[in-house]
Design a protein around this ligand. Sequence first.
Ligand SMILES: Cc1ncc(COP(=O)(O)O)c(C=O)c1O
Length: 457
Amino acid sequence: MDRTTIALQGTLAGFMAEMAKAQPAGAATSSTTPRPASLLDRLSPLPYGWDMLDDFSIDTFAKQIVGPVLTRAQAHDRKGRLLASGINFASQDYLSLACHPQIQTAAVEAIARYGVHSAGSPALMGNTTLSVELEQRLASFLGMRSCALFPTGWGAGYGAIRTLVRATDHVVIDHLSHACLWEGARGATRNVHSFAHLSVKELEENLVRIRQQDPSGGILVVTESLFSMDADSPDLQAHQDLARRYHATLLVDVAHDLGSMGPTGLGAIETQNMVGKIDVVMGSFSKTFAANGGFVACNEPGLKLAIRFGCGPHTFTNAMSPVQAAVVLKALDIVQSPEGQVRRQNLLNNALHLRQVLTGTGHTVLGLPSAVVPLVVGGIGHSRLLTRFMLAGGMLVNLVEHPAVARDASRLRLQIMADHTFEQIDQFAEVLAEATRQAVDELGRINQARPEGELLR
Ligand SMILES: Cc1ncc(COP(=O)(O)O)c(C=O)c1O
């Protein structure tokens, strides 16, 4: 494959595959002596592959923010060079709490009182009075009897599934579920069954088939309250009803709408009247609550105990730090206050405005109004060039591409904050129009030199 094709069509998974071909495991040094595979040598050409993106100035991944997370920000590229300075649609801080003065004060006070470190597993002495208070506050916010904290949201999703599911059990999972849920499922059992995104019909077909083949096995159904790649939500009541009917347990990941959506900040579980009615709710603090960390909440207190003493990413790791706990507690105060309501309304107004401006100018946005606006931009080559011109035009954006989404449906996953202004959103649309023209021209120029069958998209 030539450099241009690799840079404009190659995915990270593709680079890995190319490298593996260049240096196959166990390659023979002579016709009779196979050479043992070196795991590290196998990876050493990868930086050169990745650097090909540089030829076209499209190495826009692994950006470094310079300064605080605000609606205006500056980013360096992977190599520390200035990449973009302007309006920030690339951070996850849905209610604009990362730089909120009350939250910063809460963090400083927690440091003064506890120091910066939890210094232990929650199974030993890593809890603080702050983390215990947070567990109780979250359980009551969610209408659940108990809650366990994790130092990351990823660990909460993975750990919840690993704790619930044994090797002989089954997991039935929405196809678009987050990686932490998939990896938890695959790590827990070989019996992983996926159903088409949001399809209640396919979920039931799976449950019927599993129950026919395995009348007594445990089954966990896994979905999310708001899927961030497509900005859509499942019918939670239907999922829970089916789980009950087939003696399965439902787990819902609320990472993307807890705190940021719904009249009191409970997201789809609130708007669908499901508060306190879902078997297991897990989530992350990193989108709306201005901190790393996650939780698993349930009406069965046995789950919390099982997590406390037998869940890798909870038991065998240090507890979330007192600073994280203090930040999330203060963020929860704000989420539950009149200010939180105003912030959610601003966020929603911004999401509606952005969606309207984009659809009004002929663009495709997926899903329903929420903090995430997935803007479909097309093939990999075009979308990488478009991202380059967006960044150059002062719009900080993230590109999501294959294999996370279909090859011809790369998207800019725009993340709205409560503090964005309509003026900033209108500016985004103007830059998008110009960047689209530039990307089309540039790809056309590159394609001019290529034979018909090898045109890049
Ligand atoms: C749906 C979902 N679940 C879990 C996680 C993991 O959360 P965190 O990044 O806070 O560890 C994420 C974030 O990437 C997510 O989008």
